[in-house]
Design a binder for this molecule. Sequence first.
Ligand code: GLU
Length: 327
Amino acid sequence: MNRSLRIALLPPLLLLALSLTALTSANAADQTNILIGTGGKTGVYYAVSNSVCRLVNAELSRKGIRCSHQEGGSVKNINEVHSGKVDVAIAQSDWQSHAYKGTDKQTFPDAPYTELRSLFSVHPESFTLVASKRSGIERFLDLAGKRVNVGNPGSGQRATMEVMMRYFDLKMDDFSRVMELPASEQAIALCTGKIDAFVYTVGHPSSAIKEATLYCESRIVPVTGEPVDRLVSDHSFYSFTTIPGDLYKGNPKDIATFGLAATVVVSEEMDADLAYQIVKAVFTNFNRFKRRHPAFRDLDPRQMIRDNLTAPLHEGALRFYKEQGWL
Ligand code: GLU
């Protein structure tokens, strides 16, 4: 190319480059990112957030909406919706209620978080106590003197474990060792003999409990008795539940315990259209959503928008549910 032609071509090329840069930054500015605070990879929350994100991305990426998730736990997720670090929290119904109402100052010192809004509830979760067979643990009080993983701070099971310990009048000092491993590390700790037992508030079947019952001889221990009766009668978000027998190796019989529900929470500050689009993506593809995990098998949209929710429905979600004639 001769020199004069190069000079003549330069301005159009420069213009093109400049406008391309402007275009990409305009696109970046137009993009809406949704971040979901979920649970560990071996739990069921991960399947919830993964499924929501896949549907949102499939339906809405052309509108510039992009969904991703990050590992956490009920309490951390709710705190991060409150502080604006995440947009959506998957959280246990007990902690949704305490956060919204400010009824557990130990877990949420700054609550009530009156800005919390519900999108829907999901699968039932059971407070699940798993012990190695050789530990001899047969009931909750047998945890005294044992090495126990009480759950990592920020997780739902840790907070619910602390509630249980108050009801059973057990202190951390009563255990011979207290560990705070995250859910995904509990099974291996149990089966390598580092701990005698762990607790997990989770939907069933769960891969974490599968691992713990496959890798070594362990049993799911019933959580029953007067303190549990009192707990359930004191709080509307708890109920008696059963972990079905035969879901896990070496655990052929149904196991009695108590439970609650997984829920999906946002802030009232979320744009109403965005909340509408998220629930629309989930409920218009509901069979696909349900197929993602066996713990979702009994889910029914009408119940999901009515039951186990303390925070009011977000106005955008409410609009979609009314359009469907569900409310
Ligand atoms: N319920 C647990 C928590 O709030 C998480 C269970 C799961 O990941 O499925 O931390």
